[in-house]
Write a protein that binds this ligand. Sequence first.
Ligand code: NAP
Length: 536
Amino acid sequence: MKTHLSLPRICITATGESPGDLLECARRALQYSRFVELRLDWLPRPADALPQIQQLLAATNSPAQPRRAILQATCRRRENGGRFAGTVSEQLRLLEKAAMAGCQLLDLEIESAESAGQDAIAHLRRMAGLILSFHDFQKTPSIAPAARRLRGFPADYYKLVTTATRQSDNCAVLEFLSSATEAANGEGKWIAFCMGEAGIPSRVLALSRGSAFVYASYPPGPEEPAAPAAPGQLDWETLQSRYRAEKITTRTPLYGLLGNPVRHSIGFAIHNAAFRARGLDAIYLPLLAGDLQDFRKAAQRYPLAGFSVTIPHKEAVLRFVDRMDRITQAVGAVNTVRVRRGRWEGINTDVEGIQIPLQKALRLSAKKFLTAGFRAVIVGNGGAARAAVIALRSLRCRKIAVTGRNPAKVRRFAREMGVDSMPLANLGTERFDLLVHATPAGLWPHAEQCFLLPEQIGADTVFDLIYNPPATRLLQIARASGCRTISGLEMFLAQAARQFEFWTGQQAPARLMRRVALQELGRLRNDTTTTEAGAA
Ligand code: NAP
C-alpha cells in the first residue's frame, strides 16, 4: 500500500556484489541519510537480497531508531546501462517483490516501461512510488523529446540523467529543471542532472533548481576509497558539506576551477572552506572544459561570478577576457577571472603567489627590494617560469637566468622575457642566490622524481613551485645540503588568498586555508609532513 512520502533531498546509492555487501553498504548509508537506493542489478541474483531487505527495515525502523528508512529499488537492465541480464517481465517481477519486501520507491527505465506498456506500469505504480527514468550515457541530447517520452507514462517522479561532455550541457539540464519546477508550481517531481566529471556542477546545483532529490555515494573512510555508482557521482559528505548542495539557492554566487583536468585540485576544499569561514553564500565548483567557446556561453547561463583557470587554458582564455592589468599582460596568462556585469576581468595571481613567499623567506618588508647583485636562476620555460620572471622583476632582481630541458625553447623564452639563457649543463658551475624550479618533474603521483642532480643545486635558497607534495624530492635534497627552501604550497596559498580577495573583496582566512590545504593533501595520501612554512 502506497503512502505519501516525505523524502530527504539526498539519496545515497548502495552497491555491492553480494547481498551481504549490498545490505551492509545500505545499513551504513542509513547512518547518513534515511533515503537509500539499492542497486539490485549489481547482484548476480538480485532476488537473493529480498529477505535481507526486510531484515534491514525491521532493524532500522525499530522503536530504538524510529526514523523511517526509505529504500529505493533499482534493477536496471544491461541494455539500458545497468547490470541486470533478465527480461523486462523478470525485471518488473523483481521490482514488485522489492516493493513487497518494503521498498517504497521503484526506479524503472523508460525503455522497460515502453516495452511493458501502460497497464503493467500502472500495476507497478500501485505497489510503490514509481521513478521513471531516462539515461543517456554518451551525451546530453535535446531535453524536450526525452522529457516528453517520460511524461507519456504517469509516474510519481521523472528522472532525466544525461552525460555532460561540455559545461553548457549542465546549463541545459538545470534550465529544464527550473522551468519544469516553475510549471509545477514548485512541486519537485523531476530529478535531473548530468553524469561525468564535466557534469558535477549539475549534481551540486540540481536541488537549487528544483530537483526533488539527488544521488550521492557512501562517504569514503580513511581506508575506504569513494565508490561512485555512476560517473561523476559525489559522495554524501562532499555533496552535503563541501558543496552545501541543500543550502544553495538560485542567488548563490558561483565560482569554480576551469581546466582539464581539474579532479586533483585542492582548490575545492580551500575556497569552499574560506567562503564558509567568512559567512559567504558562495560555492566553488569543478568546471571541467575543453571547449572555451562553449564555456564562455555556459558562464553566462549559470551565471558564474568568477573562476580560477588552470592547464591548459591559462593562455587561451586571454582572448575572452575584457579587461586585464599590466602584470597579467606581461605574463601573457590569466589564472583568475571575475565576472562583472557579464564582462570578464582577468588577473594573474601566480605572480603574487611567488612574490609573497619570497619576500617572507628573504625577510624583505613590503617596501624593500632584493640587493643589487642578487642572482636568480629559473628552471623551466612555461607559464609559471614567466610568472617567476615578473615576480622577481617586481622585487628589482636584475640578474635572472633561465634554463631547461629544451635549449631552443629556453633561448626563445629568454629573448621574449629579456633574461639570460643558460645551458642546463652549466647549472651547478655558477652560484645563485635563488633557484626557482618551474617544471612538473616531481609532481604527484611522480613524487620520487627530481629534475636536478644534487650538484646542480648551487643556490642559497630553492623555491620549488610544485605544491603537491609540499616537500618535493628537490626540496628534501636542497634542505639536506643546507639550502633555505620554499615550498610551492606557499605559492598556492598566496595566490589562492589573492583570488579570494579579488572575488569577494574580503580578507582571505589564510590560516584556515593552510590547514584545509594540508588536510586535503593528506587525504590525497601525499606528504604533508613539511610545508616549509618555516622558511618564511
Ligand atoms: P607549463 O607551462 O606546461 O611549463 C612546463 C615547463 O616544464 C616547460 O618548460 C617544460 O619544458 C618543462 N617540463 C615539462 N615536463 C618536464 C619534465 N618531465 N622534465 C623537465 N622539464 C619538464 O607548466 P607551468 O604552468 O609553467 O607549471 C610548471 C610547474 O609549476 C608545475 O609543476 C605546476 O604544478 C607548478 N605551478 C605551481 C603553482 C602553485 O600555485 N604552486 C602555480 C602554477 C604552476 P618544455 O617546454 O621543454 O616542454
